[in-house]
Design a protein around this ligand. Structure first.
Ligand code: NAG
Ligand code: NAG
Ligand code: NAG
Ligand code: ZN
Length: 596
């Protein structure tokens, strides 16, 4: 035991000072006063010496005991605990939600509810720390490197799906949990093959390889099936390219069939979801894909509640199903729940869509707290973001004159749809080849009906007529300008993000400011699982294993390695300012690279 030895050594080396000094020393350590009277009969003096000696022995033992106790409590904080009892771990990811998303949404909530400025979101009341988010290739991470920091507890390059910078697979906490006997689940609102969920149950060198990710997630990779429950969107990567309308696969493989062969029950619509009876009717393993690509933003989805389940409904179903399925097990479950599209609203610079995404996340956060309160199994929930998106500011300088100190939630409250929805409707309308006058009418209607904006200008409408390819950004900017919401990018930023927990004591290791990989460390340590053993197994079983790519060429089972010089490669962007600072016009005529 550390701590014991030095104390005894110190004690032995101080023999000249005598027991009385030891008593004083211990009194200093224990805070107890000593007596210093010298006179009195000899027998009293003798017994006093004996008494002091006995006291010294007891006090010394006490000090050693306390020191050992302190040391082991420090060990518990800093080293892997060995959980013996049954545990559940719920890891929530708010993709792309920075601290300003909370200010934005809190003020919006207060405006909408007529609440006082002291009113908080539920999540606000569970803040414990912050996470630093850089990847191995850039100060600004993407979701792939961000989630690899959580799943593998390792820094990797932007685009990496649980592979290291040398393109070797790294075992994930979900895989290790499955090996250890836990049940596992993933719940998202984006494609289940998107970077965050993919990083828990797949390994590819480039995040774009979602076809391959779909195959791996249903068990077609060295470890076999590791996920027991998946709910979200992204059907199109599971359907063969013969399903012309709904497939986005490059090949003819039917991954739904493959999933069924591997034991999955498959559902793909709201009716199927309702039959799960909030989790009571779930038979694991379960694959539920409710949209071809992403599930619509909450601001739009709430008008189509009969088509798509909400995030909190999916989360509640997952928690109940996993909890019931582990009822008689000595191991609990690991569940990852992602508010996936907070990030997309940031990419689109759409503040109205964003506040509804964050509110949906807050509602789901509440569902998780309620589950934990009513479930007997020892458990913790940790929630964090992979990065901030949009460089969001609750301020915007609209003119060159000195800025006003104001931003307005009311334009957000008037919007009943996202900019994405309006742009999609507009794109569909354009297929009928309308005249410019018809386009302008369509646009004016969409702005009034979708955004509740009545002071639109002729210039705003004309620009939408003339530049339909950037309609999404133009629509979103109409709300941003009116609410005076600022954005510095359509991509991510390097801002630190918040960490929240249901139990700051259980998550002590994450209190304060941390590297994102420490969140990954916490996950595996809380569950007490051996992720390194999974890494070893992946490397052994995957060595020399190849699959054919779309052109029939044999490539590594983790797919092609990104070409050097590509944007998402492993080069280090930290020190290399390239002299690019001049203003550029929008690249009209080319599709905007929205998303991710
Ligand atoms: C579907 O994928 C196969 C390869 O698996 C390819 O040969 C075929 O041309 C594709 N069909 C379509 C309609 O894209
Ligand atoms: C919101 O909509 C109302 C009409 O429903 C309108 O009077 C008001 O001006 C709108 N607010 C903003 C900020 O556009
Ligand atoms: C497959 O072949 C096409 C046509 O030669 C090429 O453009 C594409 O890059 C190839 N894809 C891969 C993954 O090699
Ligand atoms: Zn993103």
């Amino acid at each position: 035991m550390p701590g014991q030895r030095p104390l005894l050594l110190n004690r032995a080396s101080s023999d000249i000072s005598g027991d009385r000094d030891i008593a004083e020393e211990d009194a200093l350590l224990t805070g107890r006063p000593t007596q210093r009277t010298a006179s009195g009969p000899r027998s009293w003096k003798f017994w006093r010496e004996v008494g002091l000696f006995v006291w010294a022995v007891i006090a010394t033992t006490l000090v050693i005991f306390l020191a050992v106790l302190y040391q082991s409590s420090q060990d518990a904080k800093h080293h892997r605990p060995h959980p013996t009892g049954k545990r559940n771990l719920i890891f929530m990811v708010s993709d792309g939600m920075g601290p300003t998303s909370l200010s934005l949404t809190r003020s919006f909530m207060q405006f909408q509810n007529g609440a006082p400025f002291g009113e908080q979101l539920v999540i606000d009341q569970h803040l414990i720390g912050q996470s630093r988010t850089r990847s191995s290739s850039s100060l600004i991470t993407d979701s792939a490197a961000g989630a690899t920091a959580f799943s593998c507890a390792k820094k990797s390059y932007n685009g990496a799906i649980s592979v290291t910078p040398d393109h070797e697979p790294c075992g994930t906490v979900l895989e290790a949990a499955k090996k250890a006997g836990y049940l596992t689940g993933l719940v998202v609102t984006t494609r289940i093959t998107d970077a965050t969920p993919a990083c828990f149950a797949a390994h590819v060198n480039m995040r774009q390889e979602e076809d391959r990710i779909a195959e791996q997630m249903v068990g077609d990779f060295p470890l076999g099936r590791v996920v027991d429950l998946m709910l979200g969107g992204g059907r199109c990567h599971f359907l063969p390219n013969s399903t012309v309308e709904s497939s986005c696969r490059a090949d003819g493989r039917d991954i739904v069939e493959l999933a069924k062969k591997n034991g999955f029950n498959y559902i793909d619509d709201r009716a199927g979801f309702d039959k799960l009876k909030g989790g009571a009717g779930v038979e694991l393993p379960l694959l539920g894909l409710f949209a071809d690509t992403d599930i619509p933003y909450e601001i739009d989805r709430r008008n189509e509640n009969d088509v798509y389940p909400s995030l909190h409904e999916m989360a509640e179903t997952a928690m109940k199903a996993l909890s019931e399925a582990t009822r008689d097990s000595d191991k609990g479950f690991f569940l990852m729940i992602e508010g996936s599209r907070i990030d997309h609203a940031g990419h689109h610079n759409d503040p109205a869509a964003q506040v509804h995404e964050v509110l949906a996340y807050d509602k789901t956060f509440t569902s998780v707290l309620n589950f934990l309160k009513n479930d007997k199994t020892e458990a913790v929930m940790v929630s964090t973001s992979d990065h901030e998106t949009g460089g969001l500011a609750t301020a915007r300088q609209l003119h060159t004159t000195y800025p006003e100190y104001a931003w307005y939630p009311s334009p957000l409250a008037n919007a009943t749809h996202s900019a994405e929805h309006l742009a999609l409707q507009y794109a569909k309308y354009l297929i009928s080849s309308p005249s410019d006058e018809q386009k302008a009418n369509f646009i004016r209607d969409s702005i009034r009906d979708g955004f509740g904006i009545y002071d639109y200008t002729d210039a705003e409408v004309k620009n939408l007529v003339d530049e339909p390819l950037t309609a999404l950004y133009q629509y979103a900017d109409m709300i941003s300008r009116r609410s005076q919401t600022g954005w510095s990018t359509h991509g991510h930023s390097a801002a630190d993000v918040n960490i929240y927990s249901s139990d700051p004591k259980a998550a002590t290791a994450l209190v304060g400011n941390h590297e994102n990989t420490e969140v990954g460390d916490f996950l595996r340590e809380y569950l007490g699982v051996d992720v390194d053993a999974v890494t070893e197994e992946l490397r052994q079983k995957g060595a020399g294993l190849t699959v054919s790519d779309v052109n029939g060429t044999q490539v590594s089972w983790m797919g092609n390695i990104p070409v050097e010089g590509q944007r998402l490669d492993g080069q280090n962007h930290v020190a290399s300012y390239g002299g690019d600072f001049k203003k550029r016009h929008l690249q009209h005529g080319s599709a905007c690279d929205c998303g991710n």
